[in-house]
Design a protein around this ligand. Structure first.
Ligand SMILES: [Fe+2]
Ligand SMILES: [Fe+2]
Length: 259
């Protein structure tokens, strides 16, 4: 099973050369599914969602998204009433998708809130969904949300999603293998409590770079009880291999294999 974790496209603040490079690289890498953890747009405009959708469609691969804080409009009335209207109209009627195919079991959560500015929240109903959605057997159980559940070494001052402790506990109890998140615009991987793997990717194709990192996304290759996480970074001419880590699953969960 090969998945690509792509996040923070920020269409409207995109770098056209990186968009073209990302499309070409995703076609070449050929993941079974592309998982997009929010901030598809810069300002939640219809044309920005359509550009994000066109990019994903052009890869020829199946894809699944959740919204991020930038996918809610800034405009107060629109923010208060129907904040996800454009997202639902263009990207997906269901902002909290469940995907089951070829051994993958994925739950996406929408953590952006109109009353929180940049922050995110995992609420009680979402915690309950983590508890129930991962019941069926699967080769890989993935929880995807926009806001981080762990801090990167590059941006240790960033705030985590509200309710992250409870979300991590619920995920570990539910047998989640991998939690995907974005928002911080840097690439990071972590062994989370309960030996769940945390994956954060950088902005895939926007000009909103942080901590001196170029655009990136992450390829997840599952082979039995082994998982390889390979970051692919933009180098000015194309996406090239960056850091890679190997993980091994045992009865107690996942552990990083020492390089
Ligand atoms: Fe972002
Ligand atoms: Fe964000």
């Amino acid at each position: 099973m090969r998945l690509a974790h792509v996040t923070d496209l920020h269409m409207g603040a995109e770098d056209a050369a990186v968009v073209a490079g990302l499309r070409a690289d995703l076609v070449a890498v050929g993941p079974d599914r592309i998982l997009v953890s929010g901030d598809l747009t810069m300002r939640a405009r219809g044309e920005q969602f359509r550009a994000a959708r066109a990019l994903l469609e052009s890869t020829g691969r199946p894809w699944t998204c959740v919204p991020g804080n930038h996918d809610l409009p800034l405009d107060r009335p629109r923010r208060a009433f129907g904040a996800l209207r454009a997202y639902r109209d263009v990207i997906d009627r269901e902002p909290e998708p469940v995907v089951r195919d070829d051994g993958l079991l994925l739950l996406g959560l929408s953590t952006a809130r109109p009353y929180l500015w940049k922050g995110g929240l995992v609420d009680d109903a979402q915690l309950a969904r983590i508890g129930t959605a991962f019941g069926p057997r699967a080769r890989l159980k993935v929880l995807m949300l926009h806001h981080p559940v762990f801090r990167s070494a590059q941006r240790p001052q960033e705030t985590l999603v509200h309710g992250h402790e409870r979300a991590l506990r619920a995920a570990a109890e539910a047998g989640v293998d991998v939690i995907l998140c974005g928002h911080d615009h840097v690439a990071a991987q972590a062994e989370l409590p309960g030996r769940v793997i945390g994956v954060m990717s950088g902005t895939a194709c926007s000009r909103r770079l942080r901590a001196g990192e170029s655009q990136s996304y992450t390829v997840l290759d599952l082979d039995g009880d082994g998982l390889r996480l390979s970051v692919r970074h933009w180098d000015g001419g194309g996406f090239v291999p960056g850091d890679a880590t190997e993980w091994r699953r045992s009865a107690g969960g996942w552990q990083r294999r020492q390089p």
